[in-house]
Design a binder for this molecule. Sequence first.
Ligand code: GLU
Length: 303
Amino acid sequence: MPGRGERSDGRGSGERSDGRGSGRFAPSPSADLHIGNLRTAVLAWLFARSSGRRFLIRVEDLDDRTFSDVAARQLADLSAIGVLSDEPPEYQSAHADRYDSVIAELAGRGLVYECYCSRKDILSAPRAPHAPEGAYPGTCRDREPPADPARPPALRLRTDTFTYTVTDLLHGEFTGVVDDFVLRRGDGVTAYNLAVVVDDAAQRVDQVVRGDDLLSSSPRQAYLAALLGYPPVTYAHVPLVLNAEGKRLAKRDGAVTLAEIGVAPALRRIADSLGYRSTTLAGMLTEFDPAGLPHEPWVYRPV
Ligand code: GLU
């Protein structure tokens, strides 16, 4: 079974004393979890437990569009469906020192530069012929800071490749863009790509299960992890949940949160979507087979 036997032992300094790696679910508390998020959380738990890993929940609350009352409801909803963290959930907002010291390390290696570009500058800048679409064009890479900058700079990583390949349990080999991505935004907020890599390593996470909207971020993250000497992680990017119109499920679709659906019906719908008869997590674990997971998005229609 994929995942089984993939442990962090024998991988150098990242080794756990008990030899067990972790899986995790890492929601951003910007809105209540909907049934699609809950399904991803259930899958993350199933992947971790079926491969003998611990399971952790991490609150990704760095952005100023995240809220502590939403985080509390997300954690309560996860507990209600049985997705429990083996350790008290960690909050990214408590880890500023961790991110600062990694950025300082990268800067010490000459791998960080200041970027004064606005979004508009980036979109209108000429792109080198070999640079992939959507990549930062490298405008500030080797230029002196402007004498009178209009805004505080973002910090970017100086990379030496354009693409990087990761292996995903559902998608196989995936090659995606690695540009000089942002490590710290101009407003001082640590960027998601840096925080997620640093925290996964700090928490000995060696299995990342999340929505496949983040598949395209995984090459950047795996590249950064390798640059920092962190052990590689196993990825499983699971299909998103769509509404009846085939669009990403959203709160306005109605009856999508646990409060609206109810615990037992939500678990039944999630189990159903995965083809399981059991509607408890323990029961689903006995039926779980990563190789048999649907690769198509789940279309959710409120009843
Ligand atoms: N916090 C991210 C989100 O809610 C997920 C991060 C991850 O799983 O790597 O979209």
